[in-house]
Structure formats: structure tokens, C-alpha cells
Design a protein around this ligand. Structure first.
Ligand SMILES: [Zn+2]
Ligand SMILES: [Zn+2]
Length: 357
């Protein structure tokens, strides 16, 4: 492999001896370089489909533009790799500005600029705990840190050219913006602890609001696993805005004429729906309608549906698949005096806590 690396001198930076910036021209094969387990590669800001960004690194600013298949950086062709700066700000004009720890790799995608943030696991987790559970009491944040760390080590390389996206598909990550002193402490005070399924790191799931009962793995996905079982959450998540919901879908907009619940699991989830004589798995149906109408309409696969002359009336419980830890439930359990360990025991009764070396 050949790469040409050009190092630029840093101006007026006598107090920043160790900071430097590399502008690196890569052959495409280098762009998929594998990640060492000591860092995590997260694709960021994908939601904004960036065509043009500004990167502020210390006192230098770089304008990066997508030009057909290559990037123009301050008017010159190349891919860019920012390294060892204490702060890196990425701006997508008029849309968002975000600060990152670690380093950035920026390269051209098919129709947008791809920005990958290479970050230490603890920095990544401190941000995730903030984004996922920032307003929660401390023990709930500790529980989230353990669950998110477990997810991290179980799912490295979830995407082909990087480990994770920054969306709910993986875990919500917002760079430095979401971390606080508390979320850092939650990560530090759960150092290296993950959930184990026997001698393997557990295949973990968590969600916003279960609606009163978490889901069994078999009610949502194909296959079986003994590790994720349904548990009663009584009214622990009742303060969530998603605890109970309704959605009226007009008959004109609906992608079906008739619909009925064919089968339902003991945990309440619709496991099979019959739409115009075609059977579909309940969770697949939920995801299909969520993609078509938005994530806040048919919020889970725990629902009933009735049709009248003008609309289909869905009434449901919870937001998300309902597997594993219920985040709203975890907040309530913390208020009731439960520790992170007790919360995790409640939501993952078959899993064990242990150190990952
Ligand atoms: Zn993802
Ligand atoms: Zn719940």
C-alpha cells in the first residue's frame, strides 16, 4: 500500500508542542483500514448528508467540499485526517455544529461527505450515556454505561467501513456535546464492567419505554435466545410520554384496506399481522410503517387496531422493541433507591455482570 503523507508546520503554537495536523492522501483501500479495539470508529452527522463542511481544529479552519468523487479541502484535492487536536468542531452550515474528542477521518462517499470520528471507548461511552440517559439519576446512568459498553464490545464493526453510526440504529452519539461530569463518572465507576451470557459478552438490547412489560426475544426477532426474556415492569415507565399512545391512520393513506392482529405473544406484542390476507411479522410491520410514516406513529408492536369509516385507530404501549432494559423504567427504579446492579438484574435476569479484560 502506498500513501503520500504531507505534514504541515503549525504556526504560532509554541504552547501546543504535541498538536499537529496531518493532511493525508489515501488510496481508497486505506479508507477501510481496520479498527484496533482500543479505539472505536463512529460515522457521525450522516443524518445531514453533508455536501460542504467546515472543520475548526485549534486555530485553523478547513472548508471541505464534495466535488463529484473527490473532496476539495481549502481548494485542494484530497482526503483529510485530523489528529491529536484537543477539540475538533465540525460545522454543517446552517444545520449543526458539533465538537469531538479523538480524531476525524473525512472522505468522499457516493453523494455525501463521510465523517468518521475515531475515539477512545470511554469518550464514546460518556457521550452515549449523556445522549441516551443524560437527564437520568446517577444509578440509571451507571446502568446505561454498562449496557452501552456491552453493546460496544459485542457489536464492533457493525458497519462495513466503521464500527457504528451515531443514530439509534447503533447507539445515539453526539460527540462532546452530550458528555457531562456525571456521565464521565458513570463510565469511570463501571470501568470494564459488561454483561455476560455464560462466558460470552451478551448480545444486548435496550429501549426507551416498554409500556409495563418488557418483550421476549422471540416476540420481536427470528430465532431463539434464552438470554432476553420478558419481565414485568409494572408501572415503572408510566412517566414516559410513550407509555400509552394512539395513532389514527386515514384509510386513504393506509397501505392496506383491511387489517387484523393474527397472533399475539404472552408479553402483549403482536407477533403476526394480517393485512389484506398477507401475513407479516408484527415487528417487521411496525418497522415498515415507522419508515413510511415516522418513528413516533406506530411506536411499538404492542398495539390493538380498529377500523372505522375514515381511519384505522391504533392504540399502543411503549416505544421501541421492548427488549432488555427499559430506560424510563430504569430512571424510576433509581428514584426508588435501586442501584445500577439491581436495575440490570431486573431487566436481564439471565445475564451476569463481570469484568472484560
Ligand atoms: Zn448503525
Ligand atoms: Zn418499562
Amino acid at each position: 500500500m502506498v500513501s503520500l503523507r504531507v505534514t504541515f508546520p503549525i504556526h504560532n503554537r509554541s504552547n501546543l508542542t504535541f498538536c499537529f495536523l496531518l493532511l493525508t492522501f489515501y488510496f481508497p483501500i486505506l479508507l477501510s483500514a481496520s479498527t484496533s479495539h482500543s479505539t472505536v470508529d463512529v460515522r457521525v452527522l450522516e443524518l445531514f448528508h453533508p455536501q460542504e463542511i467546515r472543520v475548526i481544529a485549534k486555530r485553523d479552519t478547513f472548508f471541505v467540499q464534495l466535488k463529484n468523487s473527490y473532496l476539495s479541502i481549502n481548494g485542494k484535492k484530497g482526503n483529510v485526517f485530523f489528529q491529536k487536536d484537543e477539540f475538533l468542531i465540525v460545522e454543517i452550515s446552517g444545520k449543526i455544529e458539533r465538537k469531538f474528542n479523538g480524531t476525524l477521518k473525512i472522505y468522499p462517499g457516493e453523494n455525501e461527505i463521510i465523517i468518521v470520528n475515531r475515539v477512545l471507548p470511554d469518550d464514546y461511552l460518556a457521550s452515549i450515556v449523556g445522549a441516551e440517559m443524560g437527564d437520568a439519576p446517577f444509578e440509571a446512568q451507571r446502568a446505561q454505561a454498562i449496557v452501552s459498553r456491552t453493546y460496544l464490545y459485542k457489536n464492533l464493526k457493525r458497519h462495513k467501513h466503521y464500527d457504528f453510526c451515531d443514530l439509534t440504529h447503533c447507539q445515539v452519539y453526539k460527540g462532546k456535546e452530550a458528555e457531562t461530569e456525571e456521565t464521565r463518572k458513570a463510565v469511570e465507576q463501571t470501568d470494564r464492567i459488561v454483561l455476560w451470557n455464560g462466558n460470552k459478552i451478551a448480545d444486548i438490547y435496550y429501549h426507551s419505554t416498554c409500556g409495563g412489560q418488557t418483550a421476549d426475544f422471540t416476540s420481536i426477532f427470528e430465532g431463539t435466545t434464552e438470554c432476553l426474556v420478558s419481565v414485568s415492569d409494572s408501572n415503572f415507565c408510566k412517566d414516559s410520554p410513550h407509555y400509552r399512545w394512539e395513532w389514527k391512520l386515514s384509510v386513504e393513506e393506509a397501505p392496506f384496506v383491511e387489517i387484523r392482529v393474527a397472533t399475539r405473544a404472552p408479553d402483549g406484542r403482536v407477533t403476526e399481522i394480517d393485512a389484506d390476507g398477507e401475513k407479516e411479522k408484527g415487528w417487521k410491520f411496525r418497522m415498515r410503517l415507522a419508515r413510511q410514516f415516522g418513528w413516533n406513529k406506530l411506536r411499538s408492536s404492542w398495539f390493538t387496531v380498529k377500523k372505522n369509516e375514515t381511519y384505522f385507530h391504533f392504540k399502543g404501549k411503549g416505544l421501541g422493541h421492548g427488549l432488555g432494559m427499559c430506560q424510563w423504567g430504569a430512571k424510576e427504579l433509581t428514584k426508588q433507591g435501586k442501584t445500577a446492579e439491581e436495575i440490570l438484574k431486573h431487566y436481564y435476569p439471565k445475564l451476569l455482570l463481570g469484568i472484560r479484560d
